[in-house]
Design a binder for this molecule. Structure first.
Ligand code: FES
Length: 139
């Protein structure tokens, strides 16, 4: 069963922004891409860089370090099809963004391990709001 945890206000994550949210042992990059929210494990599968600091092109998240790419919806890495970043379900209600824990979205993920249940500590750190890489870019 998926447990959705309230992480932040929609107001705090406008289009084109990202946040990094810590939940238990997980660090999750949360994006508002063209008005929809996407949550993906923050740690790049290549060498651990923060994907929340990456940029998005045509629905593909690009790691800021060596530019590995991850599909925002599936987590699939085109450079290495055997790799998929862990993604988390997101829903919105009453102006709040909620991330779901408790069920692997991708059971074939070759790296990383989805939490089997909601994190024991549901205390989220205050999200880090990232500045847009290019303020003129409307993602
Ligand atoms: S750490 Fe992400 S591409 Fe190298």
């Amino acid at each position: 069963m998926i447990k959705f945890v309230d992480v932040m206000s929609e107001e705090d994550l406008p289009i084109g922004k990202s946040a990094i949210v810590s939940a238990g042992n997980d660090e999750i990059a949360l994006f508002n891409y063209k008005g929809k929210y996407y949550a993906i494990n923050n740690k790049c599968l290549h060498n651990g860089s923060s994907l929340g600091e990456g940029r998005i092109e045509e629905g593909v998240l690009i790691c800021p370090n060596h530019e590995w790419r991850f599909d925002l919806v599936s987590g699939q890495c085109p450079q290495n099809p055997e790799m998929k970043a862990k993604i988390f379900p997101v829903k919105v209600g009453k102006g709040r963004i909620k991330i779901g824990f408790g069920k692997e979205i991708d059971k074939n993920a070759s790296k990383g391990k989805a939490p089997s249940k909601a994190p024991s500590s549901l205390k989220f750190t205050i999200p880090t709001i990232q500045k847009p890489i290019n303020p003129d870019e409307d993602w």
